[in-house]
Design a protein around this ligand. Structure first.
Ligand code: GDP
Length: 355
């Protein structure tokens, strides 16, 4: 079922890894205390581990608040099978909008059903429930590329405003990748905040992933250059890049992000890159504005939605995927390293709709 997180295959004829080479950044500054990317023993598969840990239970629990918000509406609506009238549909619209599906997505979601009711068809609430399930599933886009992208190395470029959970998510994914036998490198390209660099380094130490970082205020493009060339020299599989997320300041984030992606493009072919926007579910519809804003800078290939555990606004996932045609790779369900689960649209729809 969960095919998108590929397992690392044994590398045949892996090139000889040179003894720790001295790297030179464009600024002639060596990376600080980097280690060889570690390969850990491959244990059982990534997804079977999730299943063992009660994947669906975790998923459901994480979405409990969203379900709670919707359950009153749904229990009134679906308890007894009856014919749906326009008033019922309008009430449902209101409630879906409140669960943060947003106006556009809610209207698009219900429109075909509403049209049939307006034409005088007699449709029941059971038919409405089945229709809703199918529509929600079709609004949630699936990724058609493998995760992580293969390449020398594959690059995951993380975007998002400060505080959404980018760094934490990078750590969570880095840990999972390591467990799956990938060798991983982190790049601290949010050079604006010393705290951001330190945070990534702390995570790197904790989970045993080398972190390429320069000093605060350094050119983010230079750190990226250094991180990718380091990964190439050491035959690492995946580079995860943390970026700045400041908005509303004189700093031109859009231009900086464009420059950063140009550096990635010079070193790695397009098919080996995935630009991932990280969004905080608690911000609800504001997350949509963030996608709009960041997509001016770079093409966005997928989204990760964090903090689903603390919000009733989980419906925003449907709006994001529908409006921007974006697959959702993972959702964050807490602050700890293991509080990240792959997004599964069937589990998601089952978690928010009654059986
Ligand atoms: P960044 O500025 O985008 O890099 O955000 P951080 O990674 O520093 O995260 C900001 C805060 O959100 C931290 O306190 C994280 O622990 C917290 N956080 C991140 N992901 C989640 C999540 O899925 N659930 C919850 N409850 N908190 C999260």
């Amino acid at each position: 079922m969960f095919k998108f997180f590929r397992r690392k295959k044994e590398k045949e004829e892996k090139k000889e890894v040179p003894e720790k080479e001295q790297l030179k950044s464009p600024q002639e500054e060596p990376p600080k205390e980097v280690e060889e990317p570690q390969k850990e023993e491959k244990k059982s598969g990534f997804f079977s581990r999730f299943k063992k840990e009660g994947f669906f239970e975790k998923f459901k629990k994480g979405l409990a608040k969203t379900k709670e918000r919707l359950s009153e509406t749904f229990s009134d609506l679906f308890e007894v099978d009856r014919v749906v009238d326009l008033e019922t549909l309008e009430e449902l619209e209101e409630n879906l909008i409140l669960a943060d599906l947003g106006v556009d997505t809610t209207l698009a979601l219900l429109e075909p059903f509403k049209d049939r009711v307006l034409k005088g068809e007699s449709l029941t609430t059971r038919e409405l429930k089945n229709f809703l399930r199918e529509q929600m599933l079709s609004f949630l886009k699936e990724a058609d590329s493998e995760f992580p992208p293969s390449g020398s190395p594959g690059v995951l470029f993380f975007l998002g405003v400060n505080g959404v959970g980018k760094t934490t998510t990078i750590a969570k994914i880095g840990k999972k990748l390591k467990q799956e036998g990938f060798s991983v490198v982190f790049v601290a390209a949010d050079t604006f905040r010393a705290a951001a660099i330190d945070q990534l380094k702390r995570w790197g130490d904790r989970i045993g992933v080398p972190v390429i970082a320069l000093q605060e205020g350094a050119d983010p493009g230079a750190v990226i250059y250094q991180g990718i060339t380091y990964a190439q020299k050491h035959n690492a599989d995946v580079v995860l890049i943390d970026t700045a997320g400041r908005l509303h300041t004189k700093y031109n984030l859009i231009e900086e992000l464009k420059k950063m992606v140009r550096v990635v493009n010079k070193l790695v072919p397009e098919e080996s890159q995935e630009n991932i926007i990280v969004l905080d579910a608690t911000t609800g519809q504001n997350a949509l504005n963030q996608v709009e804003h960041f997509s001016q800078a770079v093409p966005i290939h997928s989204a990760i939605i964090t903090k689903m555990d603390g919000t009733a606004k989980g419906g925003v996932a449907i709006a994001i995927s529908h409006k921007f045609n974006l697959p959702i790779r993972f959702i964050g369900l807490g602050e700890k390293e293991d509080d990240l689960v792959p997004f599964d649209k069937k589990a998601f729809v089952s978690a928010i709709l009654p059986n």
